[in-house]
Design a binder for this molecule. Sequence first.
Ligand code: ATP
Ligand code: MG
Ligand code: MG
Length: 352
Amino acid sequence: LPRIVVAGNGQLGQMLQQAGAPLQLDVMPVDPNGDIELGLRPDDVITVEIEHWSDSVSGLQLKQHPNFRNAEALYAVIDRQRQKALLDRLQVPTSPWVSLEEGDLTSQLESVADKVIVKRRRGGYDGRGQWRWQKGDQPEAEWAGECIAEAMIPFSHEVSLVGARNAAGEKVFYPLTRNWHENGILRASVANLPVPAEQQQNAEEWLGRIMDDEGYIGVMAMECFVVDGKLLVNELAPRVHNSGHWTQEGSAISQFQLHLRALADLPLITPPVDGVSVMYNLLGRNWQPEWLQVPGVHVHWYGKEIRPGRKVGHVNICRANTAELIDSLKALQTLVDEADKVVFDWSIAQLE
Ligand code: ATP
Ligand code: MG
Ligand code: MG
């Protein structure tokens, strides 16, 4: 089996490494911004857990390796303008948008909608690099050339689809996951709720079309808004994704193992999902040993320094059915930080 080298050594790289261990698959996360010789071997396969890095000594070795995967998809996705254009070209429904150029910004913004979200084309995540604008507001001059503007969507909720494709073009998917973002950051996900068959089918068809078009190999995630029961694609992530973390214990094949299977050309089968799961993000919070007493609780700590609002870990709560999951959520709710109790109210409300 090839060695899998991951550009980026944050928590996603760490969890890919953990997933490789039982298969004796050597997964090596590296810092792509470093100035060191990485000692890459010709048969290494290179993947990413981040989308942006500098043309450093290490960064160039990764990018220029013959087995660097998904260069085309990364090129299309790391710039929101190109990403939106890709969705339009493939006739995947997405919110109306324009690219903001020099000139009369107000009329460009008004051409999209009365309420708009302005997003920096590059480098944004967790809601950073975004501004809300509505008719009557003064636009910021620096948006021109740097940002897209898209219509504010009055969604009922948000969902995401995580799927994978291998070199032979085979594709597999998890069930749609329901996500709650607050101030642009994912607070929790609920997985394996009943969803209308049409939503799951549409989502799989669109993500499949995108991965085929890009000749993609590995896991890709697609975030969607649900409006009047119909899906509208928000954005794509060409990597394993926070909304897929529940698969670590909520499926017999986690998104991390699925990504490695696709990259190492191991059999790709539809990941079995039996029970129901909630993923609760630890945003600037420590975990507590007594949580481990609650049935179905699995703590994943990233070993990072705790800072306010920073993603430092997550907890998966996985049970066989909705009633059991609600029991566990109610038990864990009494043990978490006061300000996080609302996450459990939201999760339980999705299950009831
Ligand atoms: P991520 O960490 O997922 O990469 P991001 O910084 O790239 O996040 P988006 O996914 O574009 O940001 O937006 C973050 C959140 O802001 C969305 O999940 C949604 O809750 C809200 N949002 C973004 N775009 C819109 C929109 N057009 N209409 C309504 N809400 C939106
Ligand atoms: Mg994003
Ligand atoms: Mg997002």
